[in-house]
Design a protein around this ligand. Structure first.
Ligand SMILES: NC(=O)C1=CN([C@@H]2O[C@H](COP(=O)(O)OP(=O)(O)OC[C@H]3O[C@@H](n4cnc5c(N)ncnc54)[C@H](OP(=O)(O)O)[C@@H]3O)[C@@H](O)[C@H]2O)C=CC1
Ligand SMILES: CC(=O)C(=O)O
Ligand SMILES: [Mg+2]
Length: 767
């Protein structure tokens, strides 16, 4: 079924999954495999040593193998989201998705396993025998009632945590949100009337947890496809449903909803109607958690109930009550103490920690995760958002402590404060910052971003994704007819896109602007006309210069320098700034910024100092403490060479300028990055490995980052063009459409930064 409410097309979702290496996961080695010696340690004969150790003491598997950080996400595909029983193979995208979320949010390694059987014994046997490989088992999307039996049996059989996410992950997060919703509507849990819509894995577990927290049994009316589960009903029953049957005259969902304080929907799309929510008590609590489409949309609720607190399982509405807020963190805590199981104490610890976190003030440094807004505990913010970086610091600590206190931890943590610090370091701030940047773009006034090479298919795809994700308004520069045709071929409504070129847009304003700038640089009016009409970068830059657009992305059809040369004809550097290129390299546990990778061929000492200062400013915006190293082939004058004088002079200039960031040089790249080599220079003014590498010249910078891009294994972002008076990004010719979306995002985000810098400047000048 096409997803009516989503902000992407089906084709985009398919392309996302098929592009590059199909699927969403790969496995990378953690040890070098370069030499014969590496091989003989990793494999035979060296590997025999840990084998014997583990045979003698099985617990040492946590020390010598991946077990301690590895969780299997296992499904048979009998209840894939709310899509029903579509089989084991079809569940793989969801299971891969869960695995990447484990990694993204809690640095838990995870692999998906799809088991093709609906037979309980076969399934249990299969999982049981896989136990030695993993530190935990996350069961997913297995239909009720089989899931209850499967989980119970596996928990008895296995000595590692077995956790059915749809039951307990969902219950924990729903309970946390529900407690806060009760608090915000001044309700007493003992007097609250709740409709439980659904009687499957998720709903039954939620209701059990909420009842354990104090909601009286008789206050809950559970409803499945047959209607109300009342005492004495015989059709479509099982022992788990019977446990929730109540004495009631209500037989249908509509009847049960009249006067109810709350409804928790874990059933299917569209199961609730506007009439039903209209009939609820004042300030109703409506959790419509079915995926991918809720039981009722927030828009439909709002149309009839302005006083409701609404939550869904989706990320595109406020109050996302989804088990993604739970499973990464509960397993993180459980793995870190090598827990034998995940027990009630650990679940309650996670639920309370989540509920409490939402009630706290959101500190400034976390506000970026909420698009710069500081949400306050209230009807639109009953639960933290998945990108909140406090989750990784807070939830596992509480879970680990509960495991220790309840006696299921094999390896208790002694220093909880040190553990909390370790947890923060698990997430990469650049990845976080990019996520926050994109969230931020969605909430602020949308910027008009020119895609200067819109006939290129990958550019057009990027523009479509950029628009449908809500990051900004793409303005497509290029020939109208072929662009419209390509858009239609992609299944996109082309009328939603603005297409500009010299024949459908009156270019006289642009020609005037450019002639004004170039007439004393040897350009005649007709030369300028030709430039504006024939060069897409000149045309696009003119749009920025005259206020017709806010930012631009180009670069896939022209060489960088040619594109930049023409753009510089139209746009100047920002006053007091020098244009330069900065490339970001994100590798495991480390982000490094390299400058100048694109503009200044042999920067002077002043230019080097300026590039370092501007880089430090930008890197701070990306959430890092800047530590600048000026790189060379020598370390602090050894060997002596005239070639390093510029770098030493740049360091002297920065000392004179008394800047507010750490810097030093000149030094070799390994000294800048390797803490043990740094120790050889105890006088060095860097408190840790450098994260900004200022290169001595363009050739080393460009060669360096391209080597890293091709061989390094990390993700390369950019180069970003900084220091121009308007926000322009020139992408690499080899960029993919997802690289181009990132570049467009950076361009839009820089447009906001430039706007703020200009406003601050105007304020200062006014004073
Ligand atoms: N937001 C979140 O974090 C989560 C959301 N979910 C969502 O919850 C839903 C259920 O998942 P799960 O419990 O695993 O699935 P199950 O198959 O185990 O249970 C589904 C239940 O919903 C009932 N149901 C289905 N359609 C209707 C309807 N129109 N009216 C009343 N009852 C209905 C079924 O009734 P019957 O028993 O009669 O067949 C069954 O009891 C899915 O949409 C899933 O995506 C699940 C986990 C987490
Ligand atoms: C979120 C989830 O696990 C589900 O919808 O099944
Ligand atoms: Mg699920």
């Amino acid at each position: 079924m096409p997803n009516k409410t989503s902000k992407f097309t089906d084709a985009e979702a398919l392309r996302f999954h098929s592009s590059g290496r199909p699927g969403k996961l790969e496995i990378v080695p953690t040890k070098p495999m370069a030499t014969q010696r590496d091989l003989s340690l990793a494999y035979s004969p060296g590997v025999a040593v840990p084998v014997r150790e583990i045979a003698a003491d099985p617990d040492t598997a946590y020390d010598y193998t991946t077990k301690g950080n590895l969780v299997a996400v296992i499904s048979n595909g009998t209840a894939i989201l709310g899509l029903g029983n579509l089989g084991a193979q079809a569940s793989k995208p969801v299971m891969e998705g869960k695995s990447v979320l484990f990694k993204r949010f809690a640095d838990v390694d995870s692999i998906d396993l799809e088991v093709d059987t609906t037979d309980i014994d076969e399934f249990v046997n299969c999982v049981k025998y896989l136990g030695p490989s993993f530190g935990g088992i996350n069961l997913e999307d297995i239909a009720a009632p089989e899931c209850f039996i499967i989980e119970e049996r596996l928990r008895e059989l296995m000595d590692i945590p077995v956790f059915h996410d749809d039951q307990h992950g969902t219950a924990i997060i729903a309970a946390a949100g529900f407690l806060n919703a009760l608090d915000l509507t001044d309700r007493d849990i003992k007097k609250t009337k709740l409709v439980a819509l659904g009687a499957g894995a998720a709903c039954i577990a939620c209701i059990e947890l909420i009842k354990a927290m104090g909601l009286p049994h008789e206050n809950v009316t559970m409803v499945d496809r047959e209607g109300v589960i009342y005492k004495g009903r015989t059709e479509g029953m099982n022992q788990w449903k019977s446990a929730h049957a109540v004495e009631t005259d209500a037989r249908t969902l509509s009847e049960a909803m009249v006067g109810a304080d709350a409804v928790i929907g874990l059933a299917a799309a569209g199961a609730l109607t506007q009439d039903m929510v209209a009939s609820m008590a004042e300030k109703p609590i409506i959790f419509a958690m079915a995926n991918p489409d809720p039981e009722i949309t927030p828009e439909d609720v709002r149309a009839v109930r302005q006083d409701a607190i609404i939550a869904t399982g989706r990320s595109d509405y406020p109050n996302q009550v989804n088990n993604v807020l739970c499973f990464p963190y509960i397993f993180r805590g459980a793995l870190d103490v090598r827990a034998r199981t995940i027990n009630e104490e650990m679940k309650i610890a996670a639920a309370t920690a989540l509920a409490e976190l939402a009630r706290e003030d959101v500190p400034d440094e976390v506000a970026t995760a909420y698009s710069g807004e500081q949400p306050h505990y209230g009807p639109e913010y009953i639960i933290p958002a998945p990108f909140d970086p406090r989750l990784i610091r807070r939830i596992p600590v509480r879970v680990a402590q509960a495991a220790i206190d309840s006696g299921v931890a094999r390896k208790p943590i002694e220093d909880m404060e040190a553990y909390e610090r370790e947890l923060s370091a698990r997430l990469d701030p650049t990845v976080d910052t990019l996520s926050s940047m994109f969230e931020d773009l969605k909430r602020r006034p949308l910027k008009r971003v020119v895609f200067a090479e819109a006939e290129e298919e990958k550019v057009l795809r990027a523009a479509v994704s950029f628009k449908s994700a809500g990051y900004g308004i793409p303005v497509l520069v290029g020939y109208e007819a072929p662009i419209r045709e390509k858009l239609r071929e992609m299944g996109v409504d082309d009328s939603q896109f603005e297409i500009c070129n010299a024949s459908n847009t009156n270019p006289s304003k642009y020609i005037e602007h450019l002639y004004e700038r170039l007439n004393r640089r040897g350009f005649l009016d007709r030369d300028v006309q030709r430039l504006v009409k024939r060069d897409r970068n000149v045309f696009s830059a003119c749009m920025l210069a005259t206020g017709d657009a806010d930012a631009m992305v180009t670069g896939v059809t022209r060489h960088y320098w040619r594109a930049l040369k023409n753009i510089k004809r139209v746009i100047d550097p920002m006053p007091g700034m020098r244009p330069f290129g900065m490339t970001v390299l994100v590798t495991k546990g480390r982000t490094v910024f390299i400058a100048d990778t694109t503009v200044n061929e042999r920067p002077s000492p002043e230019e080097l100092a300026d590039i370092a200062t501007a880089s430090a400013f930008f890197v701070r915006l990306m959430g890092h403490d800047p530590r600048v190293a000026f790189l060379s082939f020598s370390n602090f004058g050894n060997p002596p060479s005239d070639k390093t004088k510029n770098l030493q002079e740049a360091v002297r200039l920065l000392n004179e300028r008394d800047v507010d960031f750490e810097f030093d040089g000149e030094m070799q790249a390994d000294v800048a990055l390797n803490p043990s080599l740094m120790e050889m220079y105890p006088f060095m003014n860097l408190s840790g490995p450098a994260n900004i590498l200022i290169m001595p010249a363009l050739h080393s910078a460009n060669i360096g980052y391209k080597l890293l891009a091709e061989l390094g294994g990390g993700r390369v972002i950019g180069p970003m063009l900084l220091g121009m008076d308007h926000s322009i990004q020139i992408a690499r010719m080899t960029s993919t459409s997802s690289d181009l979306v990132v570049m467009a995002g950076l361009a839009a985000s820089n447009a906001h930064i430039l706007e703020k810098m200009r406003a601050d400047l105007a304020k200062d000048e006014g004073v």
